[in-house]
Ligand binder design. Structure first.
Ligand code: GAL
Length: 800
């Protein structure tokens, strides 16, 4: 017997608390459909191209590839200078692709309802079951469900077919192409809770008690009248029952539905917050004639928050800044194909920086992103659209579908995501071109119709515009993209506006590249790289330090979402081809922090830290600009043991010394109260070794889990060689495969799907995935002329 869904959830919730426990990836459970869906990801056939009559049951797909979803066909491509995606889309082609899956349906499903859920398919999906069209869904970022029941062959074989068309350019960033998120099959009794049919809210919250309201929509598809009892139980994170309520004799007409509202009090609730992301579970049972007809479960959190026009954001009565980042959805070398472990790794890296919030730029995220945000403790701005009626990629982006689909898509997002405590605001759009006031009002109302508990905002970079001001005025929050001069002007003009920096900074940098003068703007270079001193911004634009100051010197600003947490594929501003991925990230596409990561850590965390830059391999005529980011009281710099002076860190944004370079060790000593911390950089000799550093040495044999192996080129003394570009060849023995390689270099055009990678600024990455077979995985890295390295990772039995 496998674990029950509740036990699995407990494992998920508790896993993060105990560092030694391995995170169990979500297994056989969706997270917004009552945890009732079964994974439907395996044994799909795929064809890249169009297939005439590919929807027909008898179509011969034997020559098609067999694969497991989630799948992104674009990430397997070579970069193409002439791709219709453009450099904005990462120079990776899209086009048309088909998927088919043949599956058996037992005859006892005859009395059931059978649904299929797609968490997202990019894009323009058309879906058929046994040759019958189920529908189309243009927006590639939306989740949707179809009822298969009327068309199934019971006790026989069935075929589901999906055609996708990513007719690029369709997004301003890399979208990926394919069924790139999970697919679920849900088999229910005819009387059951609707898809996304439970809505949990917490109308009043204090540390001594909370009122929890659960609205549950029950569908009666049995063809006859039903008398139903609804029993709802609240469980704490350990699975203990907190409270139960039973509503009996609920009458539902044949083919009717009924929404029940239950109020349950929780005394001494454990409040959810980024620092204490405590989750409860609401479990409801639909009982008919004494038998349980359906069980629907949702995690939820108990927390309250307010935005004020003068004092910004407060959570559970405590004023705090939103220290957030915007992220696009790709997962670097894995492309857009969703992987739970890869999402958690990104969030773990951000958490260690002190980040407490994510903006899902500029589309609904994969639902697992929100599950991970709930569990790891991130606030979320959940965003619907990048365009309304007017396109940005004029040809093919979502503006073509907005008029017909906006209501369905925005309500699908809100219905799906409204039980997540992490989600604290809905964004109806980003930098909308020629925005129409009426459209904004309609979008707001569509959101409010399915969730009136959260504020609605948008992200505008044109706050001086009269339409933009009129729209912001009818929303709950004023999301400013850039242009901090409007913060004060509009705070004075509209004293009741509640404001935040929905997008800030947009400075660019390449990990490990330093361009001087460090204190002047250096945007472009003939090497197509950007500088890692915080000096990579456009003439008029802010850098990270200035944006931080703009937000944090104003109590009325609720906080900021920095553009971006992670680099993403596409939008390689300030370059075009030959660059193919962004420079905006605080962290590169491989997951390696750039120096600016430590600026945010120095401001967003309190654990004493100091970080110095640049590397220490220069020529003897260099007068090096040495910078430190620190939250200590003082920082003293030493070159080969000789003090270069003590500086008071206090509220400063960075500390700087000019040091005539000589080889050796540059070392910073940070002092905070009684605590002393150090950071140092050593001059490296020639490349001599490859060094592998896996992020974990024990992972799960479920065919999904990943180990990310950081690969350093070091000298004979294990010092990272900061300008090394050696080619590294990876190989794996044991039950695992290499699923991606990267080095974070925006101008590298090596394929993400490969087994070798050149280093960039001394580093590259290999990502290895388990199979379902447990065992020892040995990953080896060789590089010509260097001593090789290998690591062993145990793949342990999955909990089924
Ligand atoms: C913003 C936009 C983002 C991204 C960024 C780059 O204006 O909202 O999607 O394009 O610029 O600086």
């Amino acid at each position: 017997m496998g674990l029950t869904v509740t036990a699995l959830l407990m494992l998920l919730i508790n896993a993060h608390a105990a560092e030694t426990t391995i995170l169990a990836p979500l297994s056989g459970t969706d997270i917004y459909n009552g945890l009732r869906g079964k994974s439907f990801n395996e044994d799909w056939k795929f064809y890249k191209g169009d297939a005439s009559e590919g929807q027909k049951t008898g179509f011969d797909d034997s020559s098609w590839a067999t694969l497991t979803l989630p799948h992104d066909w674009s990430i397997f491509n070579d970069f193409n200078e002439h791709s219709a995606a453009g450099s904005g889309g990462g120079c990776l082609d899209g086009g048309i692709g088909w998927y088919r899956k043949t599956f058996g349906v037992p005859s006892d499903y005859k009395d059931k309802k059978v649904f299929i859920e797609f968490d997202g398919a990019y894009m323009n999906s058309q879906v058929w079951i046994n040759g019958k069209s189920l529908g189309t869904r243009p927006y590639g970022y939306t989740s949707f469900e179809y009822d298969l029941t009327p068309y199934l062959v019971y006790g026989g074989s069935n075929v589901i077919a999906v055609r996708l068309n990513n007719n690029q350019p369709t997004s301003r960033w890399y979208s990926g192409s394919g069924i790139y998120r999970n697919v679920w099959l849900t088999v229910l009794n005819p009387t059951h809770v609707d898809y996304c049919g439970m809505f949990v809210t917490t109308p009043t919250v204090s540390s001594s008690s909370a009122a929890v309201n659960i609205k549950t929509k029950i569908l009666n598809q049995s063809g006859e009248f039903q008398l139903v009892t609804l029993k709802t139980t609240l469980l704490d994170a350990k699975g203990n029952t907190v409270a139960t309520q039973t509503s009996s004799d609920v009458k539902i007409n044949a083919d009717g539905n009924s929404t029940l509202s239950q109020d349950i009090a929780v005394s001494n609730p454990k409040l959810w917050s980024p620092s204490s992301p405590y989750l409860y579970i609401a479990k409801t049972q639909v009982i008919i004639g004494g038998s349980i007809a359906d069980t629907y479960q949702s995690t939820f959190g108990i927390r309250s928050f307010t935005f004020g026009p003068n004092d910004g954001f407060s959570l559970n009565g405590v004023n705090m800044k939103i220290n957030g980042v915007c992220n696009h959805h790709d997962l670097g070398a894995l492309g857009a194909a969703v992987n739970y472990r890869a999402i958690v790794r990104q969030l773990d890296i951000l958490k260690a920086m002190g980040c407490n919030a994510i903006r899902t730029a500029h589309n609904p995220p994969d639902p697992q992103v929100l599950e991970a945000c709930d569990r790891l403790g991130f606030l979320v701005m959940d965003e619907a659209f990048d365009v309304w009626e007017t396109g940005k990629n004029k040809l093919n982006d979502y503006h073509l579908y907005f008029k017909d689909w906006a209501k369905a898509d925005i309500q699908a997002m809100v219905m799906r995501d409204r039980n997540h405590p992490s989600v604290i605001m809905w964004s109806i759009g980003n930098e909308i071109q020629s925005p129409i006031v009426k459209t904004a009002a309609v979008l707001r109302d569509w959101v409010k119709a399915v969730d009136s508990t959260r504020p609605v905002t948008w992200a505008s970079n044109n706050m001086g515009g009269s339409n933009e001001q009129a729209i912001t005025d009818l929303l709950d929050l004023a999301g400013h993209n850039y242009h901090p001069k409007w913060y004060d002007i509009l705070h004075n003009k509209y004293p009741d506006w509640k404001m935040l920096g929905s997008e800030t900074v947009s400075a660019v940098r390449s990990r490990g590249i330093y361009k001087t003068p460090a204190d002047q703007k250096v945007l472009r270079g003939s090497d197509n790289q950007c500088s890692s001193y915080d000096n990579g911004s456009d003439a008029g634009a802010s850098n990270a330090r200035q944006s931080y100051k703009d937000i944090n010197s104003r109590k009325f600003m609720a906080g900021e979402f920095v553009w971006t947490g992670f680099d993403y594929i596409g939008e390689p501003w300030p370059y075009e081809w030959a660059a193919k991925s962004s420079y905006f990230g605080i962290i590169d596409t491989a997951g390696f922090p750039k120096d600016i990561y430590y600026f945010y850590q120095s401001k967003w965390t309190t654990e004493p830290m100091v970080h110095i830059l640049p590397h220490w391999n220069w020529s003897s005529d260099t007068n090096a600009a040495v910078w430190a980011y620190s939250n200590c009281d003082t920082v003293e710099l030493f070159l080969n043991g000789v003090s270069q002076g003590v500086k008071s860190a206090g509220d400063s944004l960075h500390l700087a010394w000019n040091v005539p370079w000589e080889p050796g060790i540059i070392r910073a000593k940070g002092v905070k109260g009684d605590t002393v911390v150090y950071d140092q950089v050593t001059t490296a000799g020639s490349p001599a070794r490859v060094k592998l550093k896996p992020d974990r040495t024990s992972i799960i044999a479920d065919g999904r889990d990943l180990v990310f192996i950081e690969t350093d080129i070091t000298d004979a003394n294990d010092v990272l060689v900061p300008n090394a570009t050696n080619m590294v060849n990876f190989s794996v023995s044991g039950p695992a495969t290499i699923v991606g390689v990267d080095n974070g270099n925006a101008i590298s055009r090596e394929r993400y799907k490969g087994s070798s990678r050149s280093a960039f600024s001394g580093k590259c990455l290999v990502i290895v995935q388990t199979t379902k077979v447990p065992g020892s995985i040995v990953v080896t890295a060789n590089s010509s002329g260097l001593s090789s390295d290998s690591v062993t990772v145990s793949s342990i039995k999955a909990i089924d």
